[in-house]
Design a protein around this ligand. Structure first.
Ligand code: 5AD
Length: 326
């Protein structure tokens, strides 16, 4: 069992001379614990309407410079069916915090999709325990909700009208209800410290997350952070690699934010601890509007994903891609 203390994590984050060692160590831990298979998740971004005002996010409600859309429940189910027919074994439903999709509406969508042979992941933000329970009872398997940062002060600055403790409550409720739970953080937010990034990784371990998504912050022109510097690709990769080393058997996506900052970002991530890719399965006209950050790249073509994965000697999993129980 390898483990790192908080001080060791900080030292590694500070010292770039250790990067090659760190990335190959994470790649080895990935291979030994989850193997060479890459899980593809079919991502449906079904609404970009959001009541939140996260200072970094292009979907924040005060942004008037964006064409908002909502996909009708039946159409969401239709896209999911197409994705399952294409071979996806997991469907991920992601949206802004859009109240149109009430508990009842979500339950209908979940039941519709669970008629197909697939696992279902939700990523629709903060809800009550009762909602999470209803979604689980309808067959939802997994839930993604990033903590974004564990630095309470920074969290407060970045998320007007939101409450860090409620976010943690969501993660705990989801665990209690038996979901596979995904969380993660942004790397490179203004004023974020390496110490807080080490704490983020320790937090992932403490809550025993099943999935972790990590990406660099990318400044969006229609947000209060438009003039801030982008996060650093290598630093985000380091946080991801450390997460793999500490949480050996979890699923870690090569995030689109990584690809956005580095043209080879996805491949580099897959070779530094990641084992999941999430291609977008909705039509291009929707994904171009789901602009959380500028130039968000989306691998809409499954063949393209397959090509990338095979080119680095990896294979595509035929399973549902739950967390390995080794
Ligand atoms: N840059 C990078 N990632 C972002 N996200 C939101 N806005 C940005 C941005 N400007 C991430 C958040 C959220 C996920 C869906 O997208 O971490 O949880």
């Amino acid at each position: 069992m390898y483990s790192f203390s908080r001080k060791e994590l900080i030292d590694i984050l500070k010292d770039n001379s250790l990067n090659d060692w760190l990335f190959s160590f994470a790649d080895k831990v990935r291979r030994e614990n989850v193997g060479d298979e890459v899980h593809l998740r079919g991502l449906i971004e079904f609404s970009n309407i959001c009541k939140c005002q996260c200072n970094y996010c292009g979907l924040r409600s005060p942004n008037k410079n964006i064409e908002r859309y909502r996909i009708a429940p039946d159409d969401i189910i239709f896209y999911a069916q197409k994705a399952v027919e294409m071979g996806y074994k997991t469907i991920v439903l992601q949206s802004g915090e859009d109240e149109f999709y009430s508990c009842d509406v979500m339950c209908e969508i979940i039941k519709g999709i669970k008629n197909f042979d697939c696992a279902l992941t939700l990523s629709i933000g903060e809800r009550s325990f009762e909602d999470y329970k209803a979604f689980k009872d309808c067959g939802a398997d997994r839930y993604l909700i990033r903590i974004e940062t564990t630095d309470r002060e920074l969290y407060k600055k970045m998320h007007p009208y939101m409450d860090f403790d409620n976010r943690v409550r969501c993660l705990k409720d989801l665990k209690t209800l038996g979901y596979e739970v995904g969380t993660g953080c942004l790397v490179g937010l203004p004023e974020q410290t390496l110490e807080s990034l080490a704490d983020d990784v320790l937090f992932f371990k403490e809550i025993d997350a099943d999935m972790i998504g990590i990406g660099p912050f990318i400044a969006h022109p229609q947000t209060p952070l438009k003039d801030s510097a982008n996060g650093n690709f290598i630093l985000a990769l380091k946080v991801m690699a450390l997460t793999r080393i500490l949480l050996k058997t979890i699923n870690i996506p090569a995030t689109t934010a990584m690809e956005t900052l580095n043209p080879n970002g996805r491949i580099i991530a897959l070779q530094s601890g990641a084992n999941v890719v999430m291609p977008n399965v909705t039509l291009q006209n929707f994904s171009s509007k789901y602009e959380i950050y500028p130039d968000k790249s989306s691998l809409s073509d499954r063949d393209e994903a397959e090509c990338i994965i095979k080119s680095i000697g990896r294979t595509i999993s035929k399973g549902y891609g739950f967390r390995s129980n080794s």
